[in-house]
Design a protein around this ligand. Sequence first.
Ligand code: TXA
Ligand code: MG
Length: 347
Amino acid sequence: MNTKVWKVDKYVDNLENNPQVVDAAQFLQKNEVVALPTETVYGLGGNAESDVAVEKIFAAKGRPSDNPLIIHIGDKQQLNAFVTEIPEKAAVLMDAFWPGPLTIIFKKKNGVLSEKATAGLGSVGVRMPDHPVALALLKKCQLPIAAPSANSSGKPSPTKAQHVIEDLDGKIAGVLDGGSTGVGVESTVLDCTEDIPVILRPGGVTKEHLEAVVGKVHLDAALLDEDSKPKAPGMKYQHYAPNAPLYLVNGSPSFMRRLIAEKQKEGLRVGVLATEETVEAYPSDVTIACGKRSELESVATALYDTLRQFNQEKVDIIYSEMFPNTGVGHAIMNRLQKAAGNKIISE
Ligand code: TXA
Ligand code: MG
Protein backbone atom coordinates (compact mmCIF):
# COMPACT_ATOMS: atom_id res chain seq x y z
CA MET A 1 0.00 0.00 0.00
CA ASN A 2 1.22 3.48 -0.85
CA THR A 3 0.95 5.64 2.30
CA LYS A 4 -0.09 9.19 1.38
CA VAL A 5 1.36 12.15 3.29
CA TRP A 6 -0.97 15.14 3.50
CA LYS A 7 0.83 18.27 4.81
CA VAL A 8 -1.52 20.61 6.64
CA ASP A 9 -0.83 23.93 8.28
CA LYS A 10 -2.78 23.78 11.54
CA TYR A 11 -3.03 27.57 11.71
CA VAL A 12 -4.98 28.17 8.46
CA ASP A 13 -8.69 29.04 8.56
CA ASN A 14 -11.51 26.75 7.52
CA LEU A 15 -9.49 23.55 7.98
CA GLU A 16 -12.66 21.48 7.63
CA ASN A 17 -12.72 22.27 3.92
CA ASN A 18 -8.97 22.04 3.39
CA PRO A 19 -8.44 19.62 0.45
CA GLN A 20 -6.00 17.45 2.44
CA VAL A 21 -8.43 17.11 5.35
CA VAL A 22 -11.32 16.39 2.98
CA ASP A 23 -9.28 13.68 1.24
CA ALA A 24 -8.33 12.06 4.57
CA ALA A 25 -11.97 12.21 5.75
CA GLN A 26 -13.06 10.36 2.62
CA PHE A 27 -10.57 7.57 3.36
CA LEU A 28 -12.03 7.27 6.88
CA GLN A 29 -15.54 7.06 5.42
CA LYS A 30 -14.34 4.21 3.18
CA ASN A 31 -13.10 2.38 6.32
CA GLU A 32 -9.43 2.98 5.56
CA VAL A 33 -7.09 4.02 8.39
CA VAL A 34 -5.34 7.37 8.57
CA ALA A 35 -2.85 8.81 11.08
CA LEU A 36 -3.70 12.24 12.49
CA PRO A 37 -2.04 14.71 14.81
CA THR A 38 -3.59 15.36 18.23
CA GLU A 39 -2.33 17.61 21.04
CA THR A 40 -0.81 14.57 22.80
CA VAL A 41 0.64 12.16 20.20
CA TYR A 42 -0.28 11.10 16.65
CA GLY A 43 -3.25 8.71 16.54
CA LEU A 44 -4.08 6.00 14.01
CA GLY A 45 -7.72 6.70 13.20
CA GLY A 46 -10.43 4.49 11.79
CA ASN A 47 -14.24 4.37 11.79
CA ALA A 48 -15.15 3.09 15.27
CA GLU A 49 -18.44 1.67 13.99
CA SER A 50 -16.73 -0.60 11.48
CA ASP A 51 -15.12 -3.96 12.28
CA VAL A 52 -13.25 -3.72 8.99
CA ALA A 53 -11.64 -0.38 9.84
CA VAL A 54 -10.87 -1.41 13.43
CA GLU A 55 -9.25 -4.66 12.29
CA LYS A 56 -6.97 -2.59 10.03
CA ILE A 57 -5.86 -0.52 13.03
CA PHE A 58 -4.96 -3.60 15.09
CA ALA A 59 -3.19 -5.21 12.11
CA ALA A 60 -1.10 -2.12 11.21
CA LYS A 61 0.11 -1.69 14.81
CA GLY A 62 0.44 -5.37 15.67
CA ARG A 63 -1.69 -4.58 18.71
CA PRO A 64 -3.03 -7.33 21.03
CA SER A 65 -6.79 -7.65 20.45
CA ASP A 66 -7.63 -7.43 24.18
CA ASN A 67 -6.50 -3.79 24.34
CA PRO A 68 -9.44 -1.43 23.70
CA LEU A 69 -9.16 1.76 21.63
CA ILE A 70 -10.05 5.31 22.65
CA ILE A 71 -12.95 6.79 20.68
CA HIS A 72 -12.40 10.37 19.46
CA ILE A 73 -15.28 12.77 18.90
CA GLY A 74 -15.50 16.33 17.59
CA ASP A 75 -18.82 17.15 19.23
CA LYS A 76 -20.18 16.19 22.69
CA GLN A 77 -23.56 15.30 21.13
CA GLN A 78 -21.96 12.23 19.53
CA LEU A 79 -21.60 10.64 22.99
CA ASN A 80 -25.30 9.93 23.45
CA ALA A 81 -25.26 7.42 20.60
CA PHE A 82 -22.93 4.99 22.36
CA VAL A 83 -22.84 5.61 26.14
CA THR A 84 -25.68 4.66 28.50
CA GLU A 85 -25.35 7.75 30.72
CA ILE A 86 -23.17 10.77 31.38
CA PRO A 87 -22.58 10.89 35.16
CA GLU A 88 -22.65 14.34 36.80
CA LYS A 89 -18.90 14.33 37.53
CA ALA A 90 -18.09 13.32 33.96
CA ALA A 91 -20.18 16.21 32.64
CA VAL A 92 -18.28 18.66 34.86
CA LEU A 93 -14.95 17.23 33.72
CA MET A 94 -15.94 17.39 30.05
CA ASP A 95 -16.81 21.07 30.47
CA ALA A 96 -13.50 21.75 32.17
CA PHE A 97 -11.09 19.69 30.04
CA TRP A 98 -12.59 19.01 26.58
CA PRO A 99 -11.22 19.49 24.08
CA GLY A 100 -8.06 18.29 25.82
CA PRO A 101 -5.92 15.36 26.97
CA LEU A 102 -8.53 13.62 29.14
CA THR A 103 -10.09 10.28 28.18
CA ILE A 104 -13.23 9.45 30.15
CA ILE A 105 -14.45 5.86 30.57
CA PHE A 106 -18.25 5.55 30.36
CA LYS A 107 -20.67 2.62 30.45
CA LYS A 108 -21.22 1.53 26.87
CA LYS A 109 -24.48 1.30 24.95
CA ASN A 110 -24.31 -1.93 22.96
CA GLY A 111 -24.75 -2.33 19.22
CA VAL A 112 -23.32 0.97 17.97
CA LEU A 113 -19.53 0.73 18.09
CA SER A 114 -17.49 -2.17 16.75
CA GLU A 115 -17.06 -4.73 19.57
CA LYS A 116 -13.45 -5.07 18.42
CA ALA A 117 -12.82 -1.37 19.14
CA THR A 118 -13.85 -1.81 22.76
CA ALA A 119 -12.30 -5.29 23.07
CA GLY A 120 -15.73 -6.60 24.05
CA LEU A 121 -15.80 -4.60 27.32
CA GLY A 122 -18.98 -3.09 28.77
CA SER A 123 -17.27 0.30 28.92
CA VAL A 124 -15.81 2.74 26.42
CA GLY A 125 -13.08 5.39 26.64
CA VAL A 126 -13.84 8.68 24.85
CA ARG A 127 -12.02 11.94 24.31
CA MET A 128 -12.21 15.15 22.30
CA PRO A 129 -8.69 16.06 21.13
CA ASP A 130 -7.54 19.67 21.31
CA HIS A 131 -5.92 19.95 17.90
CA PRO A 132 -7.34 21.98 15.00
CA VAL A 133 -6.49 19.31 12.39
CA ALA A 134 -7.99 16.46 14.45
CA LEU A 135 -11.13 18.47 15.19
CA ALA A 136 -11.55 19.46 11.53
CA LEU A 137 -11.16 15.84 10.42
CA LEU A 138 -13.65 14.60 13.04
CA LYS A 139 -16.20 17.21 12.00
CA LYS A 140 -15.71 16.50 8.31
CA CYS A 141 -16.08 12.72 8.49
CA GLN A 142 -18.95 12.85 11.03
CA LEU A 143 -17.90 9.53 12.55
CA PRO A 144 -16.68 8.43 15.98
CA ILE A 145 -13.02 7.67 15.30
CA ALA A 146 -11.12 4.94 17.15
CA ALA A 147 -7.50 6.02 17.47
CA PRO A 148 -4.69 4.42 19.43
CA SER A 149 -1.25 6.01 19.27
CA ALA A 150 0.10 5.60 15.71
CA ASN A 151 3.22 3.60 16.59
CA SER A 152 4.02 -0.09 16.17
CA SER A 153 2.88 -1.81 19.35
CA GLY A 154 5.57 -1.56 22.05
CA LYS A 155 7.49 1.36 20.46
CA PRO A 156 7.50 4.94 21.75
CA SER A 157 4.39 6.86 20.68
CA PRO A 158 4.80 9.21 17.69
CA THR A 159 5.03 12.95 18.28
CA LYS A 160 5.94 13.78 14.65
CA ALA A 161 4.56 12.54 11.32
CA GLN A 162 8.06 11.19 10.59
CA HIS A 163 7.75 8.82 13.57
CA VAL A 164 4.51 7.45 12.11
CA ILE A 165 6.22 6.88 8.76
CA GLU A 166 9.14 5.09 10.51
CA ASP A 167 6.71 2.57 12.02
CA LEU A 168 3.75 2.31 9.63
CA ASP A 169 4.84 3.28 6.09
CA GLY A 170 3.11 1.00 3.57
CA LYS A 171 0.67 -0.29 6.21
CA ILE A 172 -1.84 2.60 6.36
CA ALA A 173 -3.69 4.74 3.81
CA GLY A 174 -2.11 8.01 4.86
CA VAL A 175 -0.86 10.43 7.47
CA LEU A 176 -1.98 14.01 8.01
CA ASP A 177 1.23 15.85 8.84
CA GLY A 178 0.28 18.75 11.10
CA GLY A 179 3.76 19.20 12.62
CA SER A 180 4.93 18.20 16.10
CA THR A 181 2.34 17.45 18.77
CA GLY A 182 2.39 19.56 21.93
CA VAL A 183 1.81 17.71 25.21
CA GLY A 184 3.96 14.77 24.15
CA VAL A 185 2.55 12.11 26.51
CA GLU A 186 -0.86 10.51 25.97
CA SER A 187 -4.14 11.56 27.54
CA THR A 188 -5.03 10.80 31.13
CA VAL A 189 -7.44 7.83 31.22
CA LEU A 190 -10.07 8.38 33.93
CA ASP A 191 -12.71 5.81 34.85
CA CYS A 192 -15.94 7.65 35.63
CA THR A 193 -18.14 4.55 35.88
CA GLU A 194 -17.74 4.60 39.68
CA ASP A 195 -18.73 7.24 42.18
CA ILE A 196 -15.16 8.39 42.78
CA PRO A 197 -13.26 8.70 39.48
CA VAL A 198 -10.14 6.55 39.12
CA ILE A 199 -7.03 7.43 37.08
CA LEU A 200 -6.08 4.33 35.07
CA ARG A 201 -3.27 6.03 33.13
CA PRO A 202 -1.59 9.28 34.18
CA GLY A 203 -1.28 11.77 31.32
CA GLY A 204 -1.61 15.33 30.11
CA VAL A 205 -4.25 16.31 32.68
CA THR A 206 -2.77 15.80 36.15
CA LYS A 207 -4.40 14.43 39.31
CA GLU A 208 -4.02 17.91 40.81
CA HIS A 209 -5.94 19.46 37.85
CA LEU A 210 -8.73 16.88 38.15
CA GLU A 211 -9.13 17.20 41.91
CA ALA A 212 -9.37 20.98 41.66
CA VAL A 213 -12.48 20.51 39.51
CA VAL A 214 -14.18 17.40 40.82
CA GLY A 215 -12.85 16.65 44.31
CA LYS A 216 -11.35 13.33 45.35
CA VAL A 217 -9.84 11.19 42.57
CA HIS A 218 -8.29 7.75 43.14
CA LEU A 219 -5.29 6.16 41.44
CA ASP A 220 -5.68 2.64 40.03
CA ALA A 221 -3.93 0.22 42.39
CA ALA A 222 -1.60 -0.86 39.58
CA LEU A 223 -0.09 2.66 39.48
CA LEU A 224 0.98 2.29 43.10
CA ASP A 225 1.96 -1.36 43.24
CA GLU A 226 3.53 -3.33 40.40
CA ASP A 227 1.83 -6.58 41.35
CA SER A 228 -1.77 -5.35 40.97
CA LYS A 229 -3.59 -6.00 37.70
CA PRO A 230 -4.21 -2.72 35.85
CA LYS A 231 -7.80 -1.83 34.96
CA ALA A 232 -6.71 -0.37 31.60
CA PRO A 233 -5.72 -3.47 29.63
CA GLY A 234 -3.01 -1.53 27.76
CA MET A 235 -1.15 -0.72 30.99
CA LYS A 236 0.01 -4.30 31.46
CA TYR A 237 2.20 -4.31 28.35
CA GLN A 238 5.84 -3.26 28.08
CA HIS A 239 5.75 -0.12 26.01
CA TYR A 240 7.72 2.81 24.65
CA ALA A 241 10.96 0.82 24.65
CA PRO A 242 13.99 2.06 22.71
CA ASN A 243 16.15 -0.62 21.03
CA ALA A 244 18.94 -0.50 23.63
CA PRO A 245 18.27 -1.47 27.26
CA LEU A 246 17.23 1.56 29.30
CA TYR A 247 18.02 2.04 33.01
CA LEU A 248 16.64 4.78 35.24
CA VAL A 249 19.31 6.20 37.53
CA ASN A 250 18.31 7.35 40.97
CA GLY A 251 21.35 9.23 42.24
CA SER A 252 23.77 12.11 41.91
CA PRO A 253 25.55 13.21 38.71
CA SER A 254 28.78 11.70 40.03
CA PHE A 255 27.02 8.33 40.48
CA MET A 256 25.78 8.59 36.88
CA ARG A 257 29.35 9.39 35.73
CA ARG A 258 30.62 6.28 37.51
CA LEU A 259 28.04 4.06 35.77
CA ILE A 260 28.94 5.56 32.38
CA ALA A 261 32.67 5.00 32.90
CA GLU A 262 32.13 1.34 33.88
CA LYS A 263 30.22 0.58 30.69
CA GLN A 264 32.63 2.52 28.48
CA LYS A 265 35.46 0.43 29.94
CA GLU A 266 33.58 -2.65 28.71
CA GLY A 267 33.64 -1.10 25.22
CA LEU A 268 29.95 -0.13 25.14
CA ARG A 269 28.57 3.00 23.50
CA VAL A 270 26.64 4.74 26.28
CA GLY A 271 23.66 7.10 25.85
CA VAL A 272 22.30 9.38 28.55
CA LEU A 273 18.85 10.96 28.70
CA ALA A 274 19.62 14.24 30.44
CA THR A 275 18.01 17.68 30.58
CA GLU A 276 19.12 21.11 29.38
CA GLU A 277 20.44 21.76 32.87
CA THR A 278 22.71 18.68 32.86
CA VAL A 279 23.52 17.96 29.21
CA GLU A 280 27.17 19.00 29.70
CA ALA A 281 27.60 17.04 32.93
CA TYR A 282 28.29 13.56 31.53
CA PRO A 283 31.13 11.96 29.53
CA SER A 284 28.65 9.68 27.71
CA ASP A 285 29.02 8.90 23.98
CA VAL A 286 25.60 10.39 23.23
CA THR A 287 23.86 12.79 25.61
CA ILE A 288 20.43 14.13 24.71
CA ALA A 289 18.71 16.97 26.55
CA CYS A 290 15.09 15.91 26.94
CA GLY A 291 13.60 19.32 27.72
CA LYS A 292 14.24 21.40 30.84
CA ARG A 293 13.94 19.93 34.32
CA SER A 294 12.66 23.29 35.57
CA GLU A 295 9.69 22.97 33.13
CA LEU A 296 8.47 19.37 33.28
CA GLU A 297 5.98 20.03 30.45
CA SER A 298 8.96 20.43 28.12
CA VAL A 299 10.32 17.03 29.23
CA ALA A 300 6.96 15.42 28.36
CA THR A 301 6.96 17.13 24.96
CA ALA A 302 10.43 15.83 24.08
CA LEU A 303 10.29 12.38 25.72
CA TYR A 304 9.28 10.04 22.86
CA ASP A 305 11.36 11.85 20.26
CA THR A 306 14.37 11.52 22.57
CA LEU A 307 13.80 7.78 23.04
CA ARG A 308 13.57 7.36 19.25
CA GLN A 309 16.77 9.42 18.72
CA PHE A 310 18.75 6.88 20.75
CA ASN A 311 17.79 4.27 18.14
CA GLN A 312 19.32 6.41 15.38
CA GLU A 313 22.46 6.90 17.47
CA LYS A 314 22.91 3.14 17.82
CA VAL A 315 23.89 3.19 21.49
CA ASP A 316 24.34 -0.11 23.40
CA ILE A 317 22.87 1.05 26.71
CA ILE A 318 20.92 4.10 27.89
CA TYR A 319 20.90 5.69 31.33
CA SER A 320 18.15 8.15 32.15
CA GLU A 321 17.79 10.76 34.83
CA MET A 322 14.63 10.46 36.95
CA PHE A 323 11.92 13.10 37.49
CA PRO A 324 9.65 14.10 40.39
CA ASN A 325 6.44 12.07 40.51
CA THR A 326 4.09 15.06 40.74
CA GLY A 327 2.09 16.99 38.13
CA VAL A 328 2.97 15.87 34.62
CA GLY A 329 6.06 14.22 36.16
CA HIS A 330 3.71 11.38 37.13
CA ALA A 331 3.03 10.61 33.45
CA ILE A 332 6.70 11.06 32.52
CA MET A 333 7.86 8.61 35.21
CA ASN A 334 5.08 6.15 34.32
CA ARG A 335 6.24 6.07 30.66
CA LEU A 336 9.95 5.96 31.55
CA GLN A 337 9.40 3.07 33.96
CA LYS A 338 7.56 1.13 31.26
CA ALA A 339 10.21 1.97 28.66
CA ALA A 340 12.85 0.70 31.10
CA GLY A 341 10.88 -2.41 32.04
CA ASN A 342 11.20 -1.03 35.58
CA LYS A 343 15.00 -1.29 35.72
CA ILE A 344 16.11 1.30 38.29
CA ILE A 345 19.65 1.66 39.64
CA SER A 346 19.89 3.47 42.96
CA GLU A 347 23.01 5.04 44.44
O1 TXA B 1 -3.56 10.73 23.95
C1 TXA B 1 -4.07 9.65 23.69
O2 TXA B 1 -4.89 9.10 24.45
C2 TXA B 1 -3.71 8.99 22.34
C3 TXA B 1 -4.20 9.89 21.23
C4 TXA B 1 -4.00 9.31 19.86
O3 TXA B 1 -5.56 10.22 21.43
N1 TXA B 1 -4.27 7.68 22.26
C5 TXA B 1 -3.79 6.63 22.99
O4 TXA B 1 -4.39 5.42 22.71
O5 TXA B 1 -2.89 6.73 23.78
P1 TXA B 1 -3.77 4.02 23.13
O6 TXA B 1 -4.60 3.02 22.42
O7 TXA B 1 -2.32 4.02 22.82
O8 TXA B 1 -4.03 3.89 24.65
C6 TXA B 1 -5.36 3.70 25.14
C7 TXA B 1 -5.32 3.26 26.58
C8 TXA B 1 -4.90 1.80 26.71
O9 TXA B 1 -4.10 1.65 27.87
C9 TXA B 1 -6.25 1.10 26.87
O10 TXA B 1 -6.12 -0.14 27.53
C10 TXA B 1 -7.04 2.12 27.67
O11 TXA B 1 -6.66 3.36 27.13
N2 TXA B 1 -8.50 1.96 27.50
C11 TXA B 1 -9.25 2.20 26.38
N3 TXA B 1 -10.55 1.90 26.60
C12 TXA B 1 -10.65 1.46 27.87
C13 TXA B 1 -11.73 0.98 28.69
N4 TXA B 1 -12.96 0.89 28.25
N5 TXA B 1 -11.43 0.60 29.96
C14 TXA B 1 -10.16 0.70 30.44
N6 TXA B 1 -9.10 1.14 29.71
C15 TXA B 1 -9.33 1.51 28.44
MG1 MG C 1 -0.32 3.63 22.78
